[in-house]
Ligand binder design. Structure first.
Ligand SMILES: [Zn+2]
Length: 411
């Protein structure tokens, strides 16, 4: 599978304006190719191959197109076909889609080189390496981790963030470990994860992870935004302030992403099976009402991240239909509806009582195990043996500030 490694890139002013010029040329090539594509009649639309051939002719007519790397230009043209496939997938899934749009200045912020036209250099132990891009030149990148060798990099992308900072993304292929055979999985290595109401997640091992406290970051962001509103749009001061706003916003995004990375890594490292409720089928009402801020939650990205890491670490990540998991008693299987504010599951049928989210997480785990056929023959209403408290054996792996045991005063 593909792994994207991100490195901070340092461009001097001349290089930065040259790269930005290249990005704009690529944007124009793309717009041109998109127009060319839609101009053709519906059953005679050009393929990437057709457009690569046309590119030669376009370069003769618009010499500026020849200023950029030929490989990168082909990549820009090929990208259209990939984007069309994505639209097609969305359509198949019943989503409304339009056509590929014309892109305005500033909308495209990166340039990509596929397999050719770039070189990566790094001497082990040095703080900086370089990324050399054809027709652009050498760009220092910060080696906060090992920089892969050129032959292992499939794709190199140089991107300018809205904050003005540059990043190099190097895409490498990594071998993925095989996932354990469901027949040989120990039930203690399986976990169910409920997307919490009061907490970020609540697991079937009765661990609850608090939502990230971003109040300070949001205050700071709001302050910078207010200051921007007072400045004259387009002035130098305004531009400087706009960057500050972008930085404040990025800080929030990074904090959330960092939190999600740590949490998903912890889950896939500790368990062989992680069962999660699939958002597609969960009525959003339950989460959105209580989630302070939708962005903090960003569940869908968390699930994608979890799945991606599951592939990376050889862990089964199973999405299950979460309908009824809150209502159903995990001891006897009887369903009882309870309003959102009822925090405890108390079964009128068997008398079983426990935290609402814990009960849901156990149901999610059971569904996940059933769909994987782990411990075949177990019916959904049979409780799964869980070892408590599980977190003590993993403590220290996740920022303890964010992982607290349910029932503790901090939770
Ligand atoms: Zn019951």
């Amino acid at each position: 599978m593909d792994l994207t490694l991100r490195f901070r890139a340092y461009l001097d002013d001349d290089t930065a304006s040259e790269v930005w010029r290249h990005i704009n040329i690529h944007r124009q090539i793309r717009n041109h190719a998109v127009r060319d594509y839609y101009r053709a009649s519906r059953n005679d639309r050009p393929s990437a191959y057709d457009q690569h051939r046309k590119l030669t002719e376009w370069k003769r007519r618009w010499s500026i197109f020849a200023d950029v790397s030929a490989h990168a230009a082909q990549q820009t043209v090929s990208q259209i076909q990939k984007d069309l496939k994505v639209l097609e997938e969305h359509r198949k899934n019943g989503r409304k889609t339009g056509r590929l749009k014309w892109q305005g200045s500033g909308e495209v912020r990166s340039v990509a080189y596929q397999s050719e036209g770039f070189n990566v250099n790094h001497t082990a132990g040095h703080d900086f390496g370089t990324l050399t891009l054809s027709k652009i030149g050498e760009i220092p990148i910060r080696a906060h981790r090992d920089i892969p060798d050129t032959e292992n990099v499939k794709r190199a992308i140089l991107k300018k963030e809205r904050t003005g900072d540059w990043f190099a993304c190097l895409v490498v292929e990594v071998e993925t470990p095989e996932k354990p055979n469901p027949d040989e999985i120990d039930s203690t290595d399986c976990i169910g994860v409920d997307l919490g109401i009061q907490s970020y997640i609540h697991t079937s091992d009765d661990l609850s992870v608090k939502c990230l406290d971003l109040a300070e970051e949001y205050d700071h962001y709001a302050k910078e935004q207010r200051s921007l509103d007072r400045k004259q749009r387009g002035s130098a001061n305004w531009e400087e302030q706009r960057r500050k706003v972008a930085k404040a916003k990025r800080r929030i995004r990074w904090k959330i992403l960092d939190f999600q990375h740590k949490l998903s890594t912890w889950l896939v490292r500790e368990y062989d099976v992680v069962a999660v409720e699939d958002l597609e089928v969960k009525p959003m009402l339950e989460t959105s009402q209580s989630a302070k801020n939708k962005q903090d939650a960003a569940w869908s990205r968390f699930l994608d991240l979890l799945e991606y890491k599951g592939d990376l670490h050889g862990t089964h990540v199973v999405r299950v239909d979460a309908r009824g998991t809150t209502k159903k008693c995990n001891e006897c299987g009887v369903e009882t509806s309870k309003p959102l504010w009822v925090r405890e599951h108390s079964c009128p049928s068997c008398g079983h009582t426990e935290n609402r989210d814990l009960n849901a997480a156990k149901n999610i785990l059971n569904r996940g195990l059933n769909s994987l056929h782990v411990g075949s023959g177990r019916s959904e209403s049979t409780p799964v043996q869980t070892v408590l408290p599980a977190f003590t054996r993993h403590s220290g792996r996740v920022d303890a500030k964010h992982v607290v045991e349910a029932g503790s005063p901090a939770a």
